[in-house]
Design a protein around this ligand. Structure first.
Ligand code: SF4
Ligand code: SF4
Length: 516
């Protein structure tokens, strides 16, 4: 524990790691059809670059990053694009999202892959390369990594680059296996991150229930100056805030970023994908997925993005008796799925087929007895029961005052609540309502601004018209027509009369002359 600092709260949970971490990562058969979502990351979905009927090669960009917070998407194998259409994706809502549907040609033929020498590249070119390679946080957050590699404006110099190998959720072992089997490649990725971010120190945090991963990473880091630290096995040590506290004793301000305290954190699998992208010219087209629980042969598999979950469950020997629920992620922070026909995305670290005994029994929620157990375990130092009351009463302002948005939805409070109150569901509900209200407010503000702009434009046009008229007026004053327009009526009548008379007189004279 030397060099480590405790965080508040947290839990000792059941582990269920050995079910899937005993065998090496395997490669399943190439699926005949892949469903590749254009939205697999935080931010804007990728813009499609293909049309149905196009032939694609493995690794070809099929969706371009759209805006700063976005990431590219690539074809996971060679074949033909047969559709660009909404397909059910792994999301708690069960809704469909736009996917590129590719029928494999069975050849699995790569694009021309090009490595780059990152030491010779301008930092922004290197970040763009990583962005165009579709690299996002593979710990589950799927935030575009290139954005996190740009510190400008956030801190002068990074103090700590943290590599997250904690993997604290029960059942999930994909990071454990990748650290055991591909430690050297992860370290190659860390070199690239360190080159871009220039941290004072590099810390790699791994829970102490993964001795083989700790040994492999320590051996790979020998001579680099990077420090591998075993952190206590206590959920949620893998959350970025808790891991930062454990390793550095620093805490980011409530509404701030980790870079405000000189810290940036990447998952170990993300470092591996940075290495593949830069040193091999391979974009993110696959990820390691733990398939575990009520399947016959649990394990870890390197699955192509877009592979249907059902194909991986078949690879794992199919469902075992007692399978009750399909979950993406772990039992604490994952979510239930309605179908196993959804595709693997960059966020899919685990497919858990849970049995009745693996999940907390669904019991009716009882009234809160104010026991305070939730406060004891909350790693974010919140008052979970207060947040629950505010969410229940739709007092969203009060919930925000009590730091609702600092809740990391770790589920510790729900886990220990003797009244079986689904607390996290209340927090998600409150957050969604606040976001919806915020969107409505923004829409109303936009409408107000548009109306205001229209009023101002009309007023401006009116004033311009009037100014033009005023400019024309002096010009008219110089012309006879203009003068007559301003002559009083009596004067005009008198002038007309005299004009008539003067016209008559010469006519008589002319007539006399003609006759003479
Ligand atoms: S643990 Fe449950 S019952 Fe106890 S105070 Fe928190 S919400 Fe109330
Ligand atoms: S879910 Fe939120 S409120 Fe509950 S323990 Fe975790 S951080 Fe605290």
């Amino acid at each position: 524990m030397s060099g480590l600092f405790a965080f508040h709260g947290g839990l000792k949970t059941v582990r269920h790691k050995t079910e899937s971490n005993q065998t090496p990562i395997q490669t399943p058969p190439l699926p005949p059809r892949l469903l590749v979502p254009l939205r697999q990351h935080i931010g804007n979905p990728a813009k499609p670059l293909i049309q149905p009927g196009d032939r694609v090669l493995k690794g070809q960009m099929i969706g371009q990053a759209d805006g700063y917070i976005s990431a590219a998407v690539h074809a996971p194998t060679s074949g033909v694009v047969v559709a660009l259409e909404p397909v059910p994706v792994p999301h708690p809502s069960g809704l469909a999202d736009w996917c590129v549907v590719i029928d494999s040609d069975g050849e699995d033929r790569w694009i021309d892959r090009q490595a780059v020498d990152y030491r010779q590249m301008h930092p922004s070119d290197l970040r763009n390369w990583i962005r165009n390679s579709g690299v996002v946080g593979l710990g589950g957050a799927v935030f575009p990594s290139a954005v996190k590699m740009n510190l400008s404006g956030h801190c002068e110099r990074l103090e700590h680059l943290i590599l997250n190998g904690a993997e604290c959720e029960p059942w999930i072992t994909c990071d454990d296996r990748i650290m055991r089997e591909r430690a050297a490649q992860i370290v190659a990725g860390i070199h690239i991150l360190a080159h871009l971010l220039n941290p004072r120190e590099v810390l790699i945090g791994i829970e102490d229930d993964k001795p083989d991963a700790i040994a492999a990473m320590s051996a790979a880091c020998a001579g680099t100056g990077y420090q591998v630290r075993a952190v206590p096995t206590r959920y949620p040590s893998g959350d970025v805030k808790q891991l930062t506290k454990l390793l550095t004793n620093k805490e980011a301000p409530i509404k701030g970023r980790s870079t405000d305290i000189g810290v940036q954190c990447f998952n170990v699998a993300t470092a591996y994908s940075v290495h593949r992208a830069v040193n091999h010219g391979e974009p993110v087209i696959s990820r390691i997925v733990t398939v575990t629980g009520h399947v016959r042969q649990p394990g870890n598999v390197e699955a192509l993005i877009g592979t249907p979950f059902s194909a991986l469950i078949d690879w794992a020997g199919g469902y075992r008796e007692g399978a009750e629920r399909l979950i993406m992620g772990g039992p604490m922070m994952g979510f239930a799925l309605h179908s196993d026909e959804v595709p693997v995305t960059k966020a899919a670290n685990c497919i858990l087929i849970a049995g009745a005994a693996d999940l907390p029994a669904e019991q009716p929620a009882l009234p809160c007895i104010r026991c305070g157990a939730c406060v004891e375990v909350c790693p974010a130092n919140l008052l979970p029961q207060q947040l629950y009351w505010h969410a229940r009463a739709r007092e969203f302002d009060k919930a925000q005052d009590d730091q609702l948005f600092s809740c990391i939805e770790c589920g510790c409070c729900s886990y220990v609540c003797p009244s079986h109150i689904p607390l996290v569901q209340y927090y998600r509900f409150a957050k969604n309502e606040i976001w919806a209200q915020e969107k409505e407010k923004q829409k109303a503000e936009l409408a107000r601004q548009r109306h205001q702009a229209r009023v101002e434009r009309l007023e401006r046009e009116k004033q311009e018209r009037e100014a033009k008229l005023r400019q024309k007026a002096p010009a008219k004053a110089a012309s006879p027509v203009g003068e007559s327009a301003q002559v009083p009526l009596e004067t005009a009548v008198a002038r007309a009369r005299s004009a008539r008379e003067s016209v008559t007189a010469p006519a008589t004279a002319d007539s006399d002359a003609a006759q003479g």
